[in-house]
Design a protein. Structure first.
Length: 384
C-alpha cells in the first residue's frame, strides 16, 4: 500500500539571502518495496542504481553479488560473488553507469569492474595507486566522466584520532591508477574518530556527531558535490557551504546557506554513550564509572548537531541535503537545483539510506523491525 509521507517546512528554519523565499513543499509516496520475499537475500545493500529502462541494480556487500530487479520489483538475475577473480569482489561498493556500461567499485581490491547490461565482465581497471603524502594509498570511489577515477586516501583511525589530520584531498586518478591531481579538499576540523585506552589496549570509536566535510559524486561522474559543515558552537544562526565541482576541476557553483542550530537531544546523547559502554565493557578492565567517563570524552558529543548529515548528487543535477536527524522519526531534506538555488523540501524516514535521487523519484534502503534491509522507491510530488 502506498504511504504518503508527511511534509515539513524546512525553509522556515533557515534564513538569509539564499533562502529569502520559502522552499516549495514536496511529498514522497512509496510506490515500490522489494524485500526478502522477492527471492535474493538483500544483505547489507551498499549501493543502488537504475538503468534507462528502470531496472534496479542492488549491490550486496556480504555475498559480493549484484541483484537485478525489474521496474516492478520482480527479480531478474544476479551476478558477481565474493572472491578475487574477474567479476568477484572483496569490498563491493558503488554501482553506477558510464553510458551503457555498468561499473562496480571494489575498495578493498582497489579496482573497478565494468559489466555489460547483461552482467558479463567487459573490463577490469586496477586503480591501486601509491601512498599520497602523509596518507595511505588512495581508495577508488567512482569513475569520472573522462574515464579516470575519483579516490580518497586511506586515513588510519589512530591518525584521525590524533587530530593531526585537518584536511583530506579528493584525488583524480588515471584509468591505471596514476595520480593526476587534486579535485577538492575535505575539511576534518571536527574529527570523526575518538579513542578509549585501557589495560587491554585501545579502542577507536566512530563519533556519531562530527563535522567533517561530506561529498557525493553524480551518477555520470560529471559533478562532485562537497558540503563544508562545522558543528555549531552556539545557538546563534550560522552557515554551511555547498560546492559543486565539474570533474575537470572548475566550479559549477558555490553557495552558503543559513541555518539555526539544533541541539543534540539529551536522551540521544545518553543512549549513544550507554551503547558504547555496553560494547566496551566486555573487554575493558576499567570500572564502569571510569569507562563511561572515557567514552564520553572519546565520543566528544557536542551541544549542537551539524546542519547537514548526508548528501546525494541527483541524476538530474539536483542536490539532496539531509538535515539534522538525531532523535527524529522523520528527517527533513533540502533540495537544490543544478545552479544551487533552493528547489524544494520534504520529509523522509530517518532510517532511509537514500542512494539515488531525481526530481520525481527516489531510491533507497530501509530496514524492518528485525534489521533486515529492503529496497524502496518513492514518487516525489508537489504538495497540494
Amino acid at each position: 500500500m502506498n504511504r504518503s509521507l508527511t511534509l515539513a517546512a524546512l525553509a522556515a528554519a533557515l534564513s538569509g539571502p539564499a533562502l529569502a523565499q520559502a522552499a516549495p513543499r514536496w511529498q514522497a509516496v512509496e510506490e515500490l518495496r522489494i524485500d526478502e520475499s522477492a527471492g535474493p537475500v538483500l544483505s547489507d545493500v551498499v549501493s543502488l542504481t537504475v538503468d534507462r529502462a528502470g531496472r534496479i541494480f542492488a549491490a550486496a556487500r556480504l555475498d559480493g553479488a549484484i541483484h537485478v530487479f525489474s521496474p516492478t520489483g520482480r527479480p531478474e538475475r544476479s551476478f558477481g560473488r565474493r572472491g578475487r577473480g574477474p567479476g568477484e569482489f572483496q569490498g563491493l561498493g558503488r554501482l553506477a553507469w558510464k553510458a551503457d556500461t555498468l561499473y562496480a567499485v571494489d575498495s578493498q581490491l582497489r579496482r573497478v569492474t565494468l559489466f555489460t547490461p547483461e552482467g558479463r565482465v567487459a573490463r577490469t581497471l586496477s586503480m591501486a595507486s601509491p601512498a599520497f603524502d602523509q596518507f595511505g594509498p588512495a581508495v577508488p570511489m567512482a569513475l569520472l566522466a573522462d574515464g579516470g577515477g575519483l579516490a580518497v586516501p586511506a586515513v588510519s583511525g589512530p591518525y584521525l584520532a590524533s587530530g593531526a589530520v585537518t584536511r583530506v584531498p579528493v584525488l583524480r586518478l588515471s584509468a591505471r591508477g596514476q595520480l593526476r591531481g587534486t579535485l577538492a579538499s575535505l575539511d576534518y576540523l571536527d574529527g570523526p574518530v575518538g579513542y578509549v585506552s585501557f589495560a587491554g589496549g585501545t579502542s577507536y570509536l566512530h563519533r556519531p556527531v562530527s563535522g567533517e566535510s561530506l561529498w557525493a559524486m553524480s551518477q555520470d561522474g560529471g559533478i562532485l558535490v562537497v558540503v563544508h559543515r562545522t558543528v555549531p558552537r552556539s545557538a546563534e544562526p550560522a552557515t554551511f557551504r555547498v560546492l559543486s565541482l565539474r570533474s575537470g576541476g572548475d566550479t559549477a557553483f558555490s553557495t552558503r546557506l543559513r541555518f539555526t542550530p539544533r541541539a543534540v537531544p539529551a536522551r540521544v546523547a545518553d543512549s549513544l554513550v550507554a551503547e558504547q559502554v555496553r560494547t566496551l565493557s566486555r573487554s575493558s578492565t576499567l570500572a564502569r564509572g571510569a569507562l563511561e567517563r572515557s567514552v564520553k570524552e572519546a565520543l566528544g558529543l557536542p551541544r549542537f548537531q551539524p546542519p547537514v548529515t548526508g548528501v546525494v548528487a541527483g541524476r538530474d543535477g539536483t542536490i539532496w541535503l539531509r538535515r539534522e536527524r538525531l532523535g527524529q522519526r522523520m528527517v527533513s531534506w533540502l533540495v537544490l537545483d543544478r545552479g544551487g538555488a533552493v528547489a524544494g523540501s520534504l520529509e523522509l524516514p530517518a532510517d532511509l539510506d537514500l542512494h539515488l535521487a531525481q526530481r520525481d523519484r527516489l531510491w533507497g534502503v530501509r530496514y524492518d523491525a528485525d534489521g533486515v534491509p529492503y529496497v524502496v522507491r518513492y514518487a516525489v510530488r508537489p504538495t497540494r
